[in-house]
Design a protein around this ligand. Structure first.
Ligand code: SF4
Length: 318
């Protein structure tokens, strides 16, 4: 049986203890695909409530930042949010798992889409939080300035620094279908550039995007391998309420991926990737009534059980 290199195994080996990600959601952050800079409405599946809910997130009235914002009157509130959310997660994880080390994960929206000073102030704060080994930043490839890469590169000499690029697919037609407002070629260039700064990269892929065949999904996996990124996150596309995808689904224009095809594509992925590539996630779902379809995504534990069962049959332990 071969152990898949999960984030848990990777960090445990490196730091000799379990490392826990603490998700952070900062008010005032948005996305160029939502605010009209690149597109309106966002990716067809994007509905921010489908991210993990967090205690302590309140709306900062009238504030939506972007890279060119000249001032940010709410920075101190954002710092308070960061500290509050981190402390809540830390407390919970410490009680439940006796957690000792943490990686601060800037998760919701586009976490590099704000003025440079705001970003570096928040990241600096995160690096200094108790028992934090580093940070991981979820973002789009078109929202990371060179000076931010320089800053992160410097930090990576002493701390763990990851950028998580949501690319979803390396097929331009698919990116058009999902209203991504990005070209694969630009995304690939940005990832290559990020790696030259010594920053670790995790690519997010979605299996089951509109009109994608298994071959297309595996082409995206191959692109990640060719880019020699450190890590992958993969999940199935599911339909939640209040999204453009929900409308497509209701009109009969979108059919979600089946559990069998998803797991089969995942098994093929595991066989393709080098054993040194970390797989941080292989499942996702929603257990509340915001989920429209497919129903196999309504129970993450059952989904994970089924995935692990097939992987084990193939000789892999997740
Ligand atoms: S890039 Fe991310 S935050 Fe922006 S619309 Fe797409 S999924 Fe939502």
């Amino acid at each position: 049986m071969q152990d898949i290199l999960t984030a848990g195994r990777y960090f445990r080996k490196k730091y000799s203890v379990n490392v826990y990600k603490t998700p952070i959601s900062i008010s005032g952050f948005t996305c160029p695909n939502i605010d009209g800079s690149k597109a309106h409405g966002g990716c067809i599946f994007c509905e921010n409530d489908s991210f993990s809910p967090h205690v302590g997130v309140q709306k900062l009235k009238g504030l939506f930042l972007n890279i060119n914002s000249t001032k940010n009157p709410f920075l101190s509130s954002q710092i308070t949010q960061l500290e509050f959310q981190f402390n809540q997660s830390k407390l919970k994880l410490s009680k439940k798992f006796n957690a000792k080390k943490f990686l601060v994960y800037f998760q919701s929206f586009t976490n590099t889409y704000a003025p440079y000073d705001t970003l570096t102030t928040l990241y600096d704060k995160a690096f200094k939080l108790d028992n934090v080994i580093g940070i991981s930043i979820g973002t789009r490839a078109d929202c990371v300035e060179n000076r931010l890469l320089e800053y992160l590169s410097e930090k990576s000499k002493k701390k763990e620094v990851w950028i998580e690029y949501g690319i979803q697919s390396t097929n331009n037609k698919t990116l058009e279908n999902i209203n991504r407002a990005e070209k694969v070629e630009d995304v690939i260039e940005q990832i290559k550039k990020t790696k030259t700064y010594g920053i670790k990269v995790c690519i997010h892929l979605i299996f089951g995007l509109p009109e994608e065949t298994q071959e297309m999904m595996l082409n995206s996996v191959q692109a990640a391998i060719d880019l020699n990124v450190e890590s992958l996150k993969i999940h199935p596309l599911y339909v939640v309420k209040k999204t453009a995808l929900a409308n497509e689904f209701k009109k009969g224009k979108f059919t979600p991926i089946s559990e069998e095809l998803y797991i089969d594509t995942l098994v093929k992925t595991v066989k393709m990737i080098p054993s040194s590539m970390i797989i941080q996630r292989i499942s996702a779902g929603v257990s509340d009534d915001s989920l429209i379809s497919p129903q196999w995504c309504n129970n993450k534990h059952k989904q994970m059980y089924n995935i692990k069962k097939v992987l084990e049959k193939e000789g892999y332990r997740y």
